[in-house]
Design a binder for this molecule. Structure first.
Ligand code: 6PG
Length: 483
């Protein structure tokens, strides 16, 4: 009997996903460029299981039942293109190639079109949840050729994480072209934001409140029982409690330079293209960049007066406020992320279902959290919601939690603690809720130096005016131009 699906690329994500599929009753063909990886697996973990090992790409393709379903679990970038080229010689029309890597959605868009013209169905699928997610149930975000969905949906639903009373699978068809990888990109951007926010809370706890690691671990444990319940809060609790061999907290010994593979940056680039303020995630990307400038920072740190860290008032109340700050900033970050999804959905004609996206992020993925249920409820109530902050529940929640955010930012600013994500969240929140911003002055400046024109509050919208501010403009021809 031929295999139901093939996994090409057998590093840890590929291996774990293949094991997950096999454990759900599927016969899985496996192939890796370095074939010893496959033979070793078959002698060990794979022994006696329902795997079909292949030593050549041709054998691999031929071992699959039609329409063939081939899932690439390889490094994103040019390797995906060269592997697709190799596969093209062996596959037939109607076969399906799935890219399960962290690929750029523009590449997926291109690959979808390229293969579609050859009658081959391309699916770019976000796979989130790391190694364990791949093994026990990831969140899967497939997009591309819709024709492929019927053939792969049973496998995708079987292997994905399940949530809720009805065991809902954390996967759904996202949209055509690059939609699946786009949604994974925004997931990762949100992941960057969540992680940065947690590190900012940690900075206040460590440097201002001078809490011990065990105290911090206990706070995160408590938070993980309430509205902040999430995978990232849970692992932070465990990290804070982990001791090195000498009994000291291991995290204290880790070099403070954060790395990144680019998905957060892609989310930010897309936000700029869409004209969407994704300020928190943008700051989270920049925070990683700034952290990587360690040598410069060490020198710079000696060039400014030291700020003695201090706080006034009740420590327990400040900690409670920090929890609110984290919650408020998180809501604001998701409001920005979902607003970007809505905008890209319109401009790319992806027809994204935002409630469903919240649903499939509830389990399996890195940003999984209790609060995605509330996001889903908000979009179920009103699929056309312009911004999550406009939802009644989130509006009320933020009315209270934003006070905590404001307090946390004030505390950080006073103590010289860099809080890029929290302070950008607050600025966005305040800006979004201001009916009269100072942009009138900005428009006047543009008109002063460039005759770019402005609208007036006392006239109809769409009517543009120019004023000769310097008295030297004469009859300069003014015009309106905006992207
Ligand atoms: C996931 C993650 C994963 C990502 C890592 C590292 O959803 O499972 O997003 O896909 O590769 O989190 O990303 P950075 O190296 O950019 O931090």
């Amino acid at each position: 009997m031929q295999a139901d699906i093939g996994i090409l690329g057998f590093r840890v994500m590929g291996e774990n996903l293949a094991r997950n599929m096999e454990s759900k009753g599927y016969k899985v063909a496996i192939y890796n460029r370095t074939s010893s990886v496959i033979s070793e697996f078959m002698e060990g973990t794979g022994k006696g299981k329902n795997f079909v090992p292949a030593m050549t790409i041709e054998d691999f393709v031929n071992s699959l039942s039609k329409p063939r379903k081939i899932m690439l679990m390889i490094k994103a970038g040019s390797t995906v293109d060269s592997t697709i080229e190799q596969l093209i010689s062996f596959v037939d029309e109607g076969d399906i190639i799935i890219d399960g890597g962290n690929s750029n959605f523009e590449d997926s868009e291109r690959r979808y079109k390229y293969l579609y013209d050859k009658g081959i169905y391309f699916v770019g699928s976000g796979v989130s949840g790391g190694e364990l997610g791949a093994l026990y149930g990831p969140s899967l975000m497939p997009g591309g050729a819709k024709e492929a969905w019927d053939s792969i949906k049973d496998i995708f639903k079987a292997v994905s994480a399940k949530v809720g009373e009805n065991n809902e699978p954390c996967t759904a068809w996202i949209g055509y072209g690059g939609a699946g990888h786009y949604v994974k990109t925004i997931h990762n951007g949100i992941e960057y934001g969540d992680m940065q926010l947690i590190t900012e809370v940690y900075a206040i706890m460590r440097d201002v409140l001078k809490l011990t690691y065990d105290e911090m671990g206990d706070i995160f444990e408590k938070w993980n029982d309430g509205v902040l319940k999430s995978y990232l809060v849970e692992i932070t609790r465990d990290i804070l409690r982990t001791k090195d061999t000498d009994g000291e907290p291991l995290v204290e010994k880790i070099l403070d330079t954060a790395m990144q593979k680019g998905t957060g940056k892609w989310a930010v680039i897309s936000a700029l293209d869409e004209g969407e303020p994704l300020s928190l995630i943008t700051e989270a990307v920049y925070a990683r960049v700034l952290s990587s400038m360690k040598d410069e920072r060490v020198v710079a740190a000696r060039m400014v007066p030291f700020i003695e860290k201090s706080f006034e008032g009740d420590k327990a109340a400040i900690i409670e406020n920090l929890g609110k700050a984290l919650y408020a900033a998180k809501i604001i970050s998701y409001a920005q992320g979902f607003s970007l999804l809505a905008s890209a959905s319109l401009s790319r004609k992806w027809d994204l279902n935002l409630g469903e996206i919240a649903t499939i992020w509830r389990g399996g993925c890195i940003i999984r959290s209790a609060f995605l249920d509330d996001i889903r409820t908000a979009y179920d109530k009103n699929p056309g919601l312009s911004n999550l902050m406009m939802d009644g529940f989130f509006n009320e929640t933020l009315n209270d939690a934003s006070k905590g955010l404001r307090e946390a930012v004030i505390l950080g600013v006073r103590n010289g603690i860099s809080l890029p994500a929290m302070s950008s969240a607050l600025s966005y929140y305040d800006g979004y809720h201001t009916d009269r911003l100072p942009a009138n002055l900005l428009q006047a400046q543009r008109d002063y130096f460039g005759a770019h024109m402005f609208e007036r509050l006392d006239r109809k919208r769409g009517e543009f005016f120019h004023y000769d501010w310097s008295g030297e403009g004469g009859d300069t021809h003014a015009s309106v131009y905006s992207v």
